[in-house]
Write a protein that binds this ligand. Structure first.
Ligand code: SF4
Ligand code: SF3
Length: 535
């Protein structure tokens, strides 16, 4: 196997024996085969569109789901990949049959029937085989990894009825590009377009979330527990949470969020359920410890699932695209098994008070107090904004973000999003003229909200985003972070600080390009970075 798509990749170079994430050699090869067959489907789909054929909506959706299922920490279950690979190959062949001109997609790979066969076939197709030239290979990896993030947003948005044919067309185009001999300039242009399309995908998801559940409002969320039966929901999917809330209403079971589900407490159409109680635990990499101590059933709706410990393997369920071998997978929106398990398990014996955190500062809430914010900047009460956000992870070096937030001077505001915030989400940082100094914008899926806030502030100050008193201190782990980074680059945003380490898939030449054009830089120490930013 060879996989280097995430930040915890072995030795900072690539996982070659077994994934640090727990992905096996076999699963990795099946995912590589899937990306290969998707690239063949992409090639055929590009041709078909060129011939004026319409790609069936089911094929578009299948493409996004299949790409998303190869994102880090989504699906580790080989058996679940078999029908996905088969369906993608069948969609490719059906479309191929409709082409007038035929198609050379590098030879349509005939896929095997068993996991072992698929895995054997996939050995030839890791991303290391994308190109012999390391820089071209690097750019193709950036494109395909970024595309995995796009596919995640597209899938979440489509679940809520938000789709754009142009986004699907780009997904097929980018997949097809992985099979083509392209120049450096062509690949850079595709990566930038990936960022542009990702902005649209995030916009669709934002419309889906806010259109269905309302705009988040500032909400105080308990970190303790209420006596009684309990279900913990992790991942990122709001529709699954809504379904679970409906199905548990009146049962006496309380619902708790874990990880990236915390911001769900701010949505009016979710927070209205009285048994939607509080938040439990921190970020994904602490699952094994935190889930083992949770006295109820657990539902994983999307990434990031970690190898479950035997102690709670029987209490955790997956749904949607998530999978772990041996963990019960429940059908979309039928949580009866999860509810039955919660009734069996003891639940919390007594009420506990662990304080609260504030969430719900998405674009509508922040822009609702824009006049106060602008006044704060003009009067000098607010010196600077920091967007400290992104993924959390297990590797050392991430204490930087905690220390950074602790050291930010008291006349500065910190915006945050995604699971990296769990390093500091419960810090009491006070407020500036009624504006909390720590504003939680939401999930990684809400990066659109952060961008809209920055764009609106730039508009109010009649300057570009780069001229705002705003610095981005980002942390990455999986591929949604890659797509967001591409979006920020597409928007021309400069001086981003990225950590805890730079991606293994970026070669020195590609890095030079990013530094020269965007002045992107690695994090150093909180003191040095703060000094450099604030002067
Ligand atoms: Fe390694 Fe990350 Fe790939 Fe898992 S997803 S195999 S940890 S690089
Ligand atoms: Fe976190 Fe997986 Fe990226 Fe959603 S839950 S930000 S790592």
């Amino acid at each position: 196997m060879f996989c280097n798509q995430c930040e915890q990749t072995a030795k900072g170079q690539g996982c070659t024996v077994k994934g640090v994430c727990g992905k096996t050699d076999e699963t990795s090869a099946i995912q590589d085969l899937l990306i290969r067959v998707l690239a063949e489907l992409g090639t055929v789909a590009v041709k078909a569109r060129g011939e004026g054929l319409e790609i069936p909506s089911a094929v578009n959706r299948l493409t996004a789901e299949a790409v998303f299922s190869t994102l880090t920490n989504v699906n580790f279950d080989d058996e679940r990949f078999i029908p996905i690979v088969k369906n993608v190959a069948a969609a490719r062949d059906e479309l191929l049959g409709k082409l007038k001109g035929g198609c050379s997609c590098g030879g349509a790979t005939k896929v095997g029937a068993t996991a072992a066969e698929l895995s054997k076939q996939g050995e030839a197709f890791s991303t290391a085989s994308f190109d012999e030239n390391p820089d071209l290979r690097s750019l193709k990896q950036i494109l395909i990894y970024g595309l995995k993030g796009v596919a995640a947003y597209v899938d979440h948005a489509a679940i809520l009825g938000q789709e754009d044919p142009a986004v699907f067309a780009f997904i097929h185009e980018a997949l097809a590009a992985s099979l083509k001999p392209l120049s450096m300039d062509e690949l850079v242009a595709l990566c930038m377009k990936c960022g542009e399309v990702n902005l649209r995908a995030m916009e669709l998801l934002d419309a889906g979330n806010t259109g269905t559940y309302g705009h988040p409002v500032p909400t105080e969320v308990p970190l303790g527990a209420k006596a009684g039966k309990a279900i913990l929901v992790s991942g990122h999917d709001l529709k699954d949470l809504r379904g679970l809330l409906e199905q548990t209403e009146g049962t006496g079971i309380n619902i708790y969020t874990h990880g990236e589900m915390l911001p769900c407490h701010g949505y009016p159409e979710l927070k209205k359920f009285s048994h939607f109680y509080g938040h439990y635990g921190t970020a994904w990499q602490n699952q094994v410890k935190e889930f083992a101590e949770f006295p109820g059933a657990i539902l994983m709706t999307t990434n990031c699932i970690q190898k479950p410990a035997e102690t709670y393997k029987g209490d955790i369920y997956t749904t949607g695209l998530v999978g772990w071998p041996g963990v019960t997978h429940v059908p979309n929106n039928d949580f009866s098994e999860v509810i039955a398990k919660a009734k069996e398990l003891p639940g919390f014996p007594a009420d506990t008070d662990k304080g609260t955190v504030l969430c719900g500062f998405a674009r509508n809430a922040v822009l609702g107090v824009a006049d106060k914010v602008i006044e704060g900047v003009k009067s000098g009460a607010i010196r600077h904004f920091f967007l400290v956000g992104g993924c959390d992870g297990a590797k050392p070096g991430r204490n930087y973000y905690t220390e950074f937030v602790e050291k930010v001077p008291s006349d500065c505001v910190i915006l945050t999003l995604a699971c990296g915030k769990f390093r500091f989400f419960d810090k009491k940082l006070g407020d500036i003229g009624g504006i909390p100094r720590l504003l939680d914008i939401g999930q990684c899926n809400d990066a659109y909200s952060a961008i809209q806030i920055a764009v609106a502030l730039a508009g109010a100050f009649e300057c570009g985003v780069n001229e705002l008193p705003l610095s981005m201190i980002l942390s990455w782990y999986e591929q949604k972070a890659v797509s967001i980074l591409l979006t920020l680059l597409h928007l021309g945003i400069k001086d981003i600080r990225l950590g805890p380490s730079l991606p293994a898939f970026i070669t020195p030449n590609v890095l030079n390009f990013l530094v020269e054009n965007f002045n992107i830089m690695p994090i150093s120490t909180p003191d040095e970075d703060l000094k450099a930013i604030l002067g």
